[in-house]
Design a protein around this ligand. Sequence first.
Ligand SMILES: [Zn+2]
Length: 434
Amino acid sequence: MQYFQKELETMNREERKALQSERLVKMVKYVYENQKPYRAKMDAIKLKPEDIKSIDDIYKLPYTVKQDLRDAYPFGMMARPKKDLVRLHASSATTGKLTVAGYTKKDIEIWGECAARCLVMAGASPESVVHIAYGYGLFTGGLGMHYGAETLGAVVVPASAGNTQKQIQLITDFEADVICCTPSYIIYLAEEIDKLGLKIGEDIKLKAGIFGAEAWSEGMREDIEKRLGIRACDIYGLSEIAGPGVACDCQFKTGMHFQDDHFYPEIVDVNTLEPLPMGESGELVITTLTKEGMPLLRYRTRDIASLNNDPCPCGRTSVKLNKITGRSDDMLIIRGVNVFPSQIESVLLKHTEIQPHYHINVDRVNNLDTMEIVVELSPSVEVDAVAHIEEIRKKLTSEMASALSVSAKITLVSPGTVARSEGKAKRITDRRKL
Ligand SMILES: [Zn+2]
């Protein structure tokens, strides 16, 4: 099986552009009529839906930013009433308030089709057994790939995250040929498989993997491919737009094929926000062309990347997204979970036994992301009151885990120990080598 939706995936560039134009014109009108916050942005610059005549006019449209989603929390950005929505997903935002995305039945169908295209790009077919070790829940990773595999007609194993020994047993017994999880987890899994003495190709029959939700390098790709004898594909997505399936590597790995009949990408200069020419690196901006529940026009993803338009031997004609190289804000991605320093601050500020002087150390140990938060004790706490300090540490550890949805090691230090800086504090040391 080479394509999931051959006609859409291989249409020529002119047809693709015509389809994008037709969809954008409709989408702008739809958003103007149904999404109040965006209508206000267009009115403010006296832009009318009729001013957008083709995809070439997209630069005239104002940007949508995460703050817009936060201001409209929870339902202000939905273009449909609640009765038309069938699903809500959410991810962390800077204030600790969630970024909510609503989906109609059709949105979920299209999401499933996009994820199915990605699975086929990686080498899956309706005969495949697809093992999904992404978390299921508000996070879109698990369910997105789940829909993709079901839409493809493959057998889905919804293993979700955690319990590595059981995951390995399921992969072995059910003879999974495709796996979906984070890149750091697959390396951890490969090590455990090795420790158990299982044979690649005999006990473990994996042929391909789709790995996303965190940044990873070409070096990691080589390592994963060698250890497990599989094809390792990168996938891109974000819950605000759809979840996984927005773009994915095919077997030739010439950049992730962007599903640009549904999601239109642009790269803009991080400082001036002016559109950049093909190939240049800047902030990725995405416009949904078919979304009903929460359409977004020119959404600034804060991900730094570049696009390429080189022909791909696979025959797909979409534009391609090169690997994400960073973020234009201070968001950290720890084991696939979005973490903002401001979320950490809001937990620290609730406690008088500590001071909001802190430093975050991020590392990758045994291929898993680790996060340590070094916090200063308040001068009122006796430094030798060991039991009391341990109690504070435990309390913070549990509150932090619940606020961030990911665990962090809390280290309490004496007052004045955390380095102060003038101007913007540098609070993060990221030692992960990609
Ligand atoms: Zn390709």
